[in-house]
Design a protein around this ligand. Sequence first.
Ligand SMILES: [Zn+2]
Length: 395
Amino acid sequence: MKNFCDTTQSRHEQRDRLRDKTRGYLKYLRDRAVKENSRDTNMERLQKIVFCDIRKGYLNGQYVDRIVLFLRGSGCNLANRTGGCTFCGFWDVTTFGSKIKDEDYMLQVENVIKDEELNFSQYPIVCMYNDGSMLEESEISLNVVLGLCRKLAARGHVKRIVIEAKVVDINRKKVSQLREAIGSREFEIAVGFESANELVRDHCINKNFERQQFETNYHILKEYGITLIPLVMVKPPFLTESQAIEDVVNTLEYLEPFNLQRIDLELATIEKNTLVHELWECGMYTTPRLWSVIEILNRKEVLGLKTPIFLSPPNYTATAYDYSLNCPACSDQVIEAIKEYNRKWDNSVFDSLECSCKQEWQKSLEINIPNIHLLDQIENILEKLAHARNFNQTV
Ligand SMILES: [Zn+2]
């Protein structure tokens, strides 16, 4: 992949053009989502989380249950401004920018705590996600986030609180207030870092921040004893399977010197009203094969990269039309091995996996590697998509 940052004028112009095209398309999709889904103003629903998921995580060397609360949110503020990330379909389960009152957010979590069936007190790790950024004032006020943190920190069984936020929303003032609110509890902020490659981040994901900003945040959070967990996307749109593997491995290499506690790999799913869904429907995108995931983990091992990797389960608020899979004969077995890897961080769990589909996957890595600049590759695909969908870029 020719992914160097070309500084010539024509490349700058191409990048502006690509950004406009991608954002125009994404904004059209987000508007379509609003038309398809009536704005949810049912007060009772606004006081309940979308759903909660029980997942696993490490706490002081113990593999424990963690509870993930998917708050009903007003939606990522970028969905309105830039169309948001190319793969993210969470917009469809939000209130599409309609403000959710502070007290409703508080009630969402209070209702979970009160839920006897859930038995909240058995979860030492509590994760709160809002399908956007918990540190973006227009989505959820900082006062609410601080209030929720205080509420959780006051409960003896909660040892760690986790939130998600955008890299651009983190600053020293917010971080110091968060530390004050949580006292001595462990705190983690997961951020969508996606890729160390600026072109991939900007044009395949539609996330526009400098690596420098991530690095600054890392140092601020470290100062306050808060853990930064980067989320890395496996196979953003416009990349071939082999380019996607290379992109993740390069990203892991870039992140290694930070001595992070963990890196979360996010396996792409297909969610409605996203650019990825459009490409997938037109046969121009497939989700990554699980063999590629194993390949990434094996290459990480060979490179001697020590930062632990966690493979996030593809279980989100928005319905997924497709996931990372292999063939029907081996998918379940490989998924089990990946779960085992999450628990042991030991690549030997993959040693005994074999299936005839592995050869097909290997062949797929050798073909379709375009020998052109990544920006040209993206532009070609976008043009093909617009043509297939009869999409007028000036919309
Ligand atoms: Zn198979």
